[in-house]
Design a protein around this ligand. Structure first.
Ligand SMILES: *[C@@H]1O[C@H](CO)[C@@H](O)[C@H](O)[C@H]1NC(C)=O
Ligand SMILES: *[C@@H]1O[C@H](CO)[C@@H](O)[C@H](O)[C@H]1NC(C)=O
Ligand SMILES: *[C@@H]1O[C@H](CO)[C@@H](O)[C@H](O)[C@H]1NC(C)=O
Ligand SMILES: *[C@@H]1O[C@H](CO)[C@@H](O)[C@H](O)[C@H]1NC(C)=O
Length: 348
């Protein structure tokens, strides 16, 4: 008898919590006028982030007068500006500098170039590889490794000469090419002792999921064996729960989970400087959620984005996803080579 009484009071308590819990969501906006890539006039295809100092615009900030110290670099003045914005921000606002990096060239990128996009999309990408090359959960090609090493040299220069504030936390997609790019990019740098390079692997920073085997991740045991110092987010499954043979994640669904992973990071991580290593499609999705202009990144490229995050009452945009769509393929590689065949209607 007491058992059911207890049960009733637990239910009553749960109902009370529910009645008083206030739903909130995070609204993101980009602070423009800081980086060239915020500006619609900057051409993404010719933008070289290492030659352009990450696109940092040479300008004055309203906080320059309160910088304490001699001859600050442009990055030190920006970092001071961001700190000032945060000190003056309202209780539900914060400013965060995100560094969004795309992985270096992987074997799947090289294979798409080699076979041409129609043959790649409609035939080869659904296989794990050919007799000489594996592109399922692709590793970096030698060119991809060297791209990541270039970014590492760039960070070294920024940290030593430009006195940039290093990332305080690191996140990466669970796909091998990102795990490895992050390792090559941030290893051996003069990072602050209190924020070493120990990335957290987050499922939702992965690439848009298609029928391509390069979008299917390896199991957790394998990832841990290859990247033993990396942390897994809570609940990270042993086997890929999302990749589905011959099906693709709609881009509306991708934006919903991109917002979820950003909300998760912004709710649980107080850092002002955050690095994310992800993919072209996923960075495009993150930029949409942040309200940034479209800005395509080539393999190995990286951009900073100054984000203002405001926590607002209410449940925010809908998070109702739609089912994955079936993806058409060809029984043999199509011979057409131009990109007109994006629905695989050109099977030979
Ligand atoms: C964020 O707020 C701005 C300004 O109020 C609004 O225009 C925008 O739609 C909001 N974005 C989201 C994702 O809620
Ligand atoms: C970008 O600029 C750097 C010099 O900072 C140069 O070494 C590199 O080759 C350039 N990359 C491209 C793709 O042009
Ligand atoms: C396998 O694909 C790669 C392209 O990624 C190509 O360079 C190689 O020649 C192919 N191997 C065979 C045996 O066709
Ligand atoms: C994990 O993946 C590796 C490499 O693909 C494979 O050899 C191993 O059997 C897998 N382990 C489990 C538990 O599935």
């Amino acid at each position: 008898m007491w058992c059911s009484t207890l049960f009733t009071s637990v239910l009553a308590a749960a109902a009370t919590v529910q009645a008083y819990s206030v739903k909130t969501h995070v609204n993101y906006t980009v602070v423009t006028g800081i980086f060239q890539q915020d500006d619609a006039a900057t051409d993404a295809s010719s933008f070289n982030f290492t030659a352009q100092n990450f696109g940092l615009i040479e300008r004055k900030y309203p906080s320059d007068g309160t910088y304490w110290g001699r001859k600050p670099t442009s990055w030190q003045r920006l970092n001071h500006y961001i700190d000032t914005l945060n000190r003056k921000a309202r209780y539900n606002e914060r400013y965060t500098l995100l560094f969004l990096g795309r992985h270096g060239e992987g074997y799947h990128n090289a294979a798409e170039t080699y076979f041409g996009t129609p043959a790649w999309n409609c035939y080869w990408s659904e296989k794990d590889g050919n007799s000489t090359v594996t592109w399922a959960d692709a590793h970096l090609t030698p060119k991809g490794v060297s791209q990541a090493q270039d970014v590492n040299r760039f960070w070294k220069k920024l940290l030593t000469t430009e006195k940039i504030a290093a990332p305080q936390t690191y996140y990466t997609s669970p796909l091998f090419r990102c795990l490895d790019t992050a390792r090559l990019t941030f290893s051996g740098l003069p990072l602050p002792r209190k924020s070493p390079f120990v990335p957290t692997i987050k499922e939702y920073f992965r690439e848009g999921i298609s029928a391509h085997t390069c979008d299917r991740r390896s199991n957790k045991t394998y990832i841990h064996a290859n990247f033993p110092t990396y942390k897994f987010e809570r609940g990270f499954a042993e086997h890929d729960p999302y990749w589905t043979e011959l099906h693709a994640e709609p881009s509306a669904d991708q934006d919903i989970r991109s917002k979820k992973v950003l909300d998760d990071v912004f709710s649980n991580d107080k850092s002002t400087y955050i690095s994310v290593t992800a993919h072209s499609g996923e960075i495009a999705s993150l930029l949409r959620v942040l309200g940034h202009r479209v800005f395509g990144l080539s393999t190995g490229a990286s951009i900073p984005v100054l984000v203002k995050a405001t926590t607002i009452k209410g449940s925010g945009p809908s998070t109702t996803t739609v089912p994955y769509t079936a993806q058409k393929t060809c029984a043999a590689p199509p011979t057409i080579t131009d990109s007109s065949c994006n629905d695989c209607s050109c099977c030979s």
